[in-house]
Design a protein around this ligand. Sequence first.
Ligand code: MG
Length: 258
Amino acid sequence: MKMRNVLLASALLLSTCNVMAQTQVIAHRGYWKTEGSAQNSIASLLKADSIGCYGSEFDVWLTADDKLVVNHDPIFKLKSMERSTAANLTSLKLDNGEYLPTLEQYFKAAQKTKLRLILELKELSKPERETKAVEKIVAMAKKFGLENRMEYITFSLHATKEFIRLAPAGTPVFYLNGDLTPKELKEIGCAGPDYHLSVFKKHPEWIKESHDLGMKVNVWTVNKEKDMKWLIEKKVDFITTNEPERGLLLSPLPNPLR
Ligand code: MG
């Protein structure tokens, strides 16, 4: 009898979770907090796929010789992303022993996965360079047959508008900087806000406002269980996290591409 009660309670809990769970999990800089991985490495992309994330986020720079590379830091191991050549940058090793990847290598690896690719273009030194980077990224996504799996994010308002202008219609483009209201984002054609947790703590009403305007909501970087639960309750569409396994336990939604 006791066992039956436990089973009933578990079934009830599971069904409640399923009704509530609407939040997809995105690995921030890939799934890197695990053995053999490193931030923005190809391993982190494959590991995000292997645990069933909806998407994997990664950061992209335009090098001095106009190539695209994947890394977070403006200066990595004393080399500036924008002032070094791709050959120089890709000779640097990440913490897991991999070489710093080009976007081309990253896309090639991504073809084998079912992930949504959440590409962040870092803010570059000039708007013209951002436009050039957006043109190259969009062309490369097409070349690799990944157009339908791309989502673009950036802190730069200029690059946001360029992605909206140049990516195929319907490609989600999210703005990261936290300073525009949902209505302002809608007006420029954004898919929605992708803001820091603190912005939504200050403006929790922006979640519903975005949904009412037909937009989606992504929140970064959400690592604590209590914050994840708060956002899942608020029905945000995505949480971007350094703890994707924790997120997937709380919101085990299947990736629609699987
Ligand atoms: Mg990023």
